[in-house]
Design a protein around this ligand. Structure first.
Ligand code: ZN
Length: 142
């Protein structure tokens, strides 16, 4: 399948790329294509270090950031782009990672779960909380 992936090499999916659900790989390729900017994957399938029920353990989640200045492609724009992909069941924003970025996963759900994690590691769920913090990043207030 990897020969059909345009923007990523297998190794870029880091730990055991063979354990990543293929539809997630192709989804990341679509997102990369639609954005026009390179994506750096932090981890996809993983065997530790996430919440107990994390979809990383099932190869259904990926953490990543766009390799572009948020002045050119803001976090708000990044979220709007991600939002257009209906296969994404959850979107988490991590503005305090060393390289601020996103968790997405392909959980099956009629209602998408969204959140952000603050500098103390606390999670805030819902579109209102996320929108508020995304607007703060635009204003340089975060
Ligand atoms: Zn994650």
């Amino acid at each position: 399948m990897w020969e059909r992936v345009k923007h990523f090499k297998k190794e870029e999916f880091r730990k055991d790329p063979d354990k990543v659900i293929p539809s997630l790989v192709f989804l990341m390729d679509e997102i990369r294509e639609a954005s026009g900017f390179p994506i750096i994957i932090h981890v996809a399938w993983d065997d530790s270090g996430h919440s107990p029920k994390s979809l990383h353990y099932k190869g259904m989640a990926v953490d990543f950031h766009w390799k572009v200045s948020p002045d050119r492609f803001s976090y708000l724009e990044q979220f709007c782009l991600l939002s257009q992909f209906r296969k994404i069941g959850a979107i988490g924003f991590y503005p305090f990672w060393n390289n601020p970025g996103w968790h997405i996963d392909i959980r099956e759900s009629l209602v998408r779960t969204v959140w952000y994690r603050d500098r103390n590691g606390a999670y805030y769920y819902g579109i209102n909380n996320l929108t508020r913090v995304l607007v703060k990043t635009l204003r340089g207030e975060l």
